[in-house]
Design a protein around this ligand. Structure first.
Ligand code: AN7
Length: 353
């Protein structure tokens, strides 16, 4: 695979011919086989490690396309509401494009690494006394009133870019996975993966392609509107990235679950944190808490069951963001550091006792 999504997939994306390419060489992330997780689940499980993107999350896939299009149509500024990763990514791609960036985040509720990124990339960071859903409502209005490009996943080019995650999975496996486990917040990514799988399937039609994967989405229990069937007014979860009560892509996501014969289910914060720590310790893969919802869901609910179909043999868990984004949650969950005197035998005891 070569540099950047647009370089690789431009003919399958939504850009206009004259649009510039604003890229940080995103995508081409590893698909890591997870032997211990596979054993626990009873299928061959792979981790699509989106933390390997330039800003450490899958958002870069959508942002390269959305910001390239924004620049192509002459925008001078971009704006988004964010639980953190969209803010970090928008700030980076705006900087790259020479555009101004503004990000609205829920006050005190985004991981510290994401905040550092947005600030370092020079975006104007506004901490709203409200939650993500409030912030999204406000930026939607602002982008109507002012000449500023909205780069949340309500922007169609974001979904276009993010569908390339599915293209890569199909390329890396040499076919469709049986199921895809994915965390769900604003429901853009699951919408994008479904589109990506469908398009990849249409391309392979001649080769007698395998069936499309079962989509298996997971929300945090305290922020599970799609599971509850109603918006959640005050969403709460340790997985701050998916602390969203009223997903913008609600209908599309539910249609994708239905069409794929999959479903959306909830996992508790305790299940998320257990999966988060276990994955880092047992597989050597460090993702952020929201990402671990995909693994927690698979462990808690088991392989998806579809009437009249075999159990999936291959499952891909999308690990949407890097563990380094949220050191506070990691340190709160990890064992303590061992302080030690500057002395050989003291170190010996500390290491071996
Ligand atoms: C690590 O950054 O919504 O269902 O504003 O950061 O497409 O929303 C982040 C979402 C999963 C959910 N995992 O994806 C934001 C934001 C991580 C995330 C999701 C997010 P969607």
């Amino acid at each position: 695979m070569s540099a950047g999504l647009i370089a690789r997939y431009r003919d399958r994306l939504s850009l206009e011919p004259g649009d510039p390419v604003v890229s940080l060489e995103e995508g081409a992330t590893p698909l890591i086989e997870a032997p211990r997780l596979s054993e626990r689940v009873g299928a061959r499980v792979y981790l699509k490690f989106e933390g390997a993107n330039p800003t450490g999350s899958f958002k870069d896939r959508g942002m390269t396309v959305a910001v390239s299009r924004a620049k192509g149509r002459g925008a001078e500024a971009v704006i988004c509401a964010s639980t953190g990763n969209t803010a970090a990514s928008a700030a980076a791609y705006a900087a790259r494009a020479g555009l101004r960036g503004a990000v609205i985040v829920p006050e005190g509720k985004i991981a510290i690494g994401k905040l550092a990124q947005a600030l370092m990339h020079g975006a104007r960071v506004v901490a709203l006394r409200g939650n993500f859903d409030d912030a999204l409502r406000i930026v939607r209005e602002l982008s109507q009133k002012h000449p500023i490009e909205l780069v949340n996943s309500v922007n169609p080019h974001r979904i276009e870019g993010q569908k390339t995650g599915a293209f890569e999975v199909v390329e890396q496996l040499g076919g469709m996975p049986g199921a895809l486990a994915i965390p769900v917040g604003n429901a853009g990514n699951v919408t994008a993966y479904w589109r990506g799988f469908k398009e990849a399937g249409e391309r392979d039609e001649n080769e007698g392609s395998s069936p499309l994967p079962i989509l298996y989405g997971f929300q945090a229990e305290g922020a599970a509107p799609l599971v509850d069937g109603a918006p959640v007014e005050k969403p709460e979860t340790v997985a701050s990235a998916i602390r969203i009560g009223n997903p913008a892509r609600w209908e599309e996501a539910m249609a994708a679950f239905t069409e794929s014969r999959g479903r959306v289910a909830a996992v508790s914060d305790a299940q998320i944190l257990d999966a988060y720590r276990w994955l880092a310790a047992a597989e050597g893969v460090f993702c952020e808490p929201a990402s671990a919802a995909s693994v927690a869901g698979l462990l808690a609910h088991g392989l998806p069951v579809v009437e009249g179909a075999e159990s999936p043999e291959t499952v891909v868990c999308v690990l949407t963001g890097h563990g380094l984004k949220d050191p506070d949650t990691a340190l709160g969950k990890a064992p303590a550091v061992i302080n030690c005197e500057n002395d050989l035998s003291a170190v010996e005891r500390a290491v071996f006792d």
